[in-house]
Write a protein that binds this ligand. Structure first.
Ligand SMILES: N[C@@H](CCC(=O)N[C@@H](CS)C(=O)NCC(=O)O)C(=O)O
Length: 202
């Protein structure tokens, strides 16, 4: 059985959400952020050298990267739920968005989050790049969700779980002011029973 090492207010909500969607059995071990630094506690570093969440452990496999963990769980799922059939156009949309969440969107998103927290003295070297990335990425997301209901087409998939958590961070830092398609999408997916269970773990 999978053991999920869960950190409060973190991307590990993605994994809880996926496991709840699939109705899988799992052990959940809670770890709490340091109340001063907001960083992960040492207990996560004892499990994986990166010391971040989410981490899953099953038999001799230990993984620490949310999109990889999602693939691992889906590989074991006999129903084929939440991931389109391989070699279809939907599969490649699924793959693109699953990787986009951490591969492309994470840098401008987390940079914007931290830029909002620090004392700043004028423009910094990365500012123009981050601004450009935010504009391009959110236009692409908004257009996609205007054309189809979910990231991989007409059906909800694990790519939606990956993207929703990133979009929630975007909302938290004020990036969803002019994005009606994204806002309507979030309302839709946040009504899912498994999502509601996952947020209650925090
Ligand atoms: N790309 C990684 C990011 C993992 C990550 O940065 N996790 C954060 C929580 S959302 C964390 O553990 N931060 C605490 C720390 O770095 O001390 C993933 O998607 O799993």
């Amino acid at each position: 059985m999978i053991t999920l090492h869960h950190l409060n207010r973190s991307r590990s909500k993605r994994v809880v959400w996926l496991l709840e969607e699939l109705g899988s059995s799992y052990n959940l071990v809670r770890h709490d952020r340091d109340s001063q630094t907001n960083l992960a506690p040492k207990s996560l570093k004892d499990i994986h050298p990166l010391g971040k969440a989410p981490i899953i452990v099953e038999d001799d496999i230990t993984l620490c990267e949310s999109s990889t963990i999602m693939e691992y769980i889906l590989d074991k799922e006999p129903s084929g739920k939440l991931r389109p059939a391989k070699n279809t156009p939907e599969y490649y949309q699924y793959l693109e968005w699953s990787h986009f969440a951490e591969g492309s969107l994470s840098l401008p998103l987390i940079s914007t989050l931290f830029m909002g927290m620090e004392q700043r003295d004028g423009e910094q070297p990365l500012d123009a790049y981050i601004k450009k990335e935010i504009t391009v990425d959110f236009a692409y997301i908004e257009d996609t969700l205007g054309a189809q209901e979910y990231f991989a087409g007409a059906s909800f998939t694990a790519a939606d779980i990956m993207m929703t958590i990133s979009l929630e961070i975007a909302g938290h830092i004020g990036l969803l002011q002019n994005t009606p398609n994204i806002s309507a999408y979030l309302k839709r997916v946040q009504q899912r029973e498994a999502y509601i269970k996952a947020i209650n773990f925090d």
